[in-house]
Ligand binder design. Structure first.
Ligand code: ATP
Length: 270
């Protein structure tokens, strides 16, 4: 049993429409990645191979995980997410076994997606690899990525790796048939921040003066995760303001009641 991998179905979860500020990337992914997952027979007719692996790189919080999930949900395929640190085991051979198990599940339910977060932690340049175990993990990963011998018409396993340090990756992994596509997810610019903020506040009760343009202008350097945290913090402040407001209304009503009670008591008292 491989505990770290979660299978996520097509219900719920983000879709491409929930990803803001990367229209060009989404357009490219729809055609070159999602369509081959949904209609593998099209590639078989044309005699071309699907993209085997995509490397998402960019600073933390810029949407790598969310985009990978959105691709799976959009295509309606199982999503196996694993953090590379979960794959590292001190027990000899256990890491390779985990990777084999993960891929065998993914192949059995193909078309599917395997998402490896922080892939640089297990697949850094070989000269940097300290331990024999890490070398074996990279080799096993490459073997699994190339092992798909099933009929292409049945659909393939797309591997998505996420990293903040693409240059630290073993170049062997960046060859065709492995991670043959790289997509940089950058810190969003002002117009991307407007789109992300509009998405993040879709289901939020907003003040009448809320202006995403103003907030985007005031938040250079904020990534999607920062904007999500900002929206949440604003919501919590609104909550505490509402509660404080209610309590002060309550206490002034209570005081008033007390006074009224006092009055009524006086009135009742001879
Ligand atoms: P890390 O490198 O730390 O794992 P990440 O790049 O995978 O980070 P996510 O976990 O995908 O970032 O993003 C965190 C949260 O930020 C998301 O759950 C979402 O709320 C928000 N977010 C990030 N980018 C976007 C975006 N482009 N559109 C909408 N929401 C976004």
């Amino acid at each position: 049993h491989f505990p770290a991998a979660a299978k996520v179905g097509s219900n719920g979860g983000p879709r491409l429409k929930d990803i803001g500020g990367m229209d060009d990337i989404l357009k490219e992914l729809k055609l070159e990645v999602i369509l081959p997952l949904v209609e593998p027979e099209l590639l078989a007719i044309l005699g071309v191979s699907p993209v085997a692996g995509i490397l998402f790189h960019g600073p933390p919080g810029c949407g790598k995980t969310r985009l990978a999930r959105a691709i799976a949900n959009e295509a309606g395929v199982p999503f196996y997410k694993v953090s590379s640190t979960d794959l590292v085991s001190g027990v000899s051979g256990a890491s390779e076994e985990s990777i084999r198990e993960l891929f065998s599940k993914a192949y059995a339910t193909a078309p599917s997606i395997v998402f490896i977060d922080e892939i640089d932690a297990i697949a850094s340049k070989r000269e940097n690899l300290q331990r024999e175990m890490e070398k074996r993990i990279v080799t096993q990963l490459m073997t699994c990525m190339e092992e798909d011998t099933r009929d292409v018409k049945l659909g393939h396993v797309l591997v998505i790796g996420a990293t903040n340090r693409p240059d630290a990756l073993d170049p062997a992994l960046r060859r065709p048939g492995r991670f043959d596509r790289e997509i940089r997810l950058d810190v969003p610019d002002e117009s991307a921040r407007i789109k992300i903020l509009s998405l993040l506040t879709r289901d939020v009760k907003l003040d009448a003066n809320f202006d995403p343009v103003k907030i985007s202008r005031a938040t250079p350097g904020f990534v999607g995760a920062d904007l999500a945290a900002l929206v949440n913090k604003a919501g919590l402040l609104a909550l505490s303001r509402t509660v404080c407001g209610r309590e002060s209304t309550r206490s002034s009503t209570a005081e008033q009641n007390e006074e009224e009670d006092d009055d009524s008591w006086r009135k009742l008292t001879p």
